[in-house]
Design a protein around this ligand. Structure first.
Ligand SMILES: NC(=O)c1ccc[n+]([C@@H]2O[C@H](COP(=O)([O-])OP(=O)(O)OC[C@H]3O[C@@H](n4cnc5c(N)ncnc54)[C@H](O)[C@@H]3O)[C@@H](O)[C@H]2O)c1
Length: 336
């Protein structure tokens, strides 16, 4: 266990937690990672599992939907597994929305999964959460794992329509529950990361082993895992707001007999303006769900501008419904 730290602002509990980690974990940074299990074999989990497998790791897949496991095995050679006892890295890609309402955040599935991992996994493995989660979730998972495993959060920016450019291997943020969790995660994802090199006192040989054992994804490490959690949900909240502003302008144009398309083209000639197309409104379920995760992350101050953006999206949809026709050309709602 390296780099133990005491964060005075977080008090004695934090100190005790870190001591507990150090006593229960025995994985050493630089030790070999061989077996990787991707959990949740949906839209995100499949490309992740394929990438991990192509990077040379023995790759397994698990999903509560057995059909998904069968397909992953048949189509991509991702071996199905139901026992978690011999896994070095768990990558969690499960859905984080309410099964009855895809716009509402829901992490109970993730927590029950953590309980299964807690019962079955060996000490010191890495649990990397790639699903989008509310602030505070990673530390709750760490508690459920009884402080026995390393926990990191490496939220995903995967974008189906541009998989080459914005697939599994793109710049991503990573945080760890403690410094050693972050270090192990960085070695797994990005063994050449300069923050590892600057503290590195390992031998050339062990460094070379780490490099052979890494996904080589460029990672941006952050000092607190909550920063990683917030980064993902605020990225999507920002996108939500940009789309809502274009909806707002569109409604303004309709009410004031202004040609939206021409106005937008004119505005976008300025170097620092980029007004989006409003298309069918804020698309997919991730932007609304993740924006709600951000809004719910604070009990006191809530973003007024985001609450207004949600109202604008509703107004825009209502407007389109009332007109009963498509105001803009149908397109894949690629509000990436
Ligand atoms: N799809 C994307 O473009 C994208 C991009 C970035 C982040 N994300 C995030 O990644 C996560 C997964 O998204 P997705 O689009 O792949 O969802 P998905 O619905 O396509 O797949 C999720 C999979 O998880 C499985 N699952 C759910 N609960 C489970 C559990 N308790 N144990 C095992 N398996 C379980 C489901 O059966 C399903 O196969 C979400 O948090 C999402 O916000 C998705």
């Amino acid at each position: 266990m390296n780099n133990l730290r005491f964060i005075p602002s977080q008090g004695f509990n934090n100190y005790v937690m870190i001591l507990l980690i150090s006593s229960k974990m025995h994985i050493e940074s630089g030790s070999q990672i061989r077996k990787v299990l991707v959990i949740g074999l949906g839209q995100l989990g499949i490309p992740v599992a394929k990438y991990v497998k192509d990077s040379g790791f023995e790759t397994f897949g698990y999903d509560i939907n057995t059909l998904k496991m069968e397909e992953a095995e048949k189509n991509y050679g991702i071996k199905r597994i139901e026992q978690f006892d011999d896994i070095d890295v768990f990558i969690l890609c499960v859905s984080t929305h309410d099964p009855n309402d895809e716009y509402t955040p829901f992490v109970d599935g993730l927590f029950s999964l953590a309980q299964k991992i807690s019962r079955e996994a060996k000490n010191g493995s890495l649990v990397s959460i790639e699903s989008t989660i509310p602030k505070g979730t990673s530390k709750k998972i760490f508690e459920l794992l009884n402080h026995r495993l390393h926990v990191a959060h490496a939220p995903h920016r995967w974008y189906a329509l541009e998989e080459d450019e914005h697939g599994v291997n793109q710049v991503r943020v990573v945080g760890g529950v403690s410094d050693c969790c972050l270090k192990i995660a960085l070695q797994f994802y990005d063994s050449g990361n300069e923050s590892l090199e600057s503290n590195d006192n390992s031998t050339n040989d062990s460094h070379e082993n780490c490099r052979r054992n890494s996904l080589e994804i460029p990672m941006h490490p952050v000092s607190e895992i909550e920063i990683a959690e917030l980064t993902k949900i605020i990225e999507n909240a920002d996108r939500y707001m940009q789309i809502a502003f274009s909806e707002d302008l569109y409604l303004y144009c309709q009410a004031n007999n202004v040609n939206f398309g021409e106005l937008r083209d004119a505005l976008n000639t300025k170097w620092n303006v980029n007004i989006l197309e409003p298309r069918d409104g804020v698309g997919g379920h991730c932007l609304p769900k993740d924006t709600k995760m951000f809004l719910h992350s604070s009990k006191s101050i809530k973003s007024k501008i985001l609450m207004a953006a949600m109202e604008v999206d509703q107004d825009y949809r209502r407007f389109r419904e009332m007109r009963g026709y498509r105001l803009v050309p149908p397109a894949i709602n690629s509000h990436k």
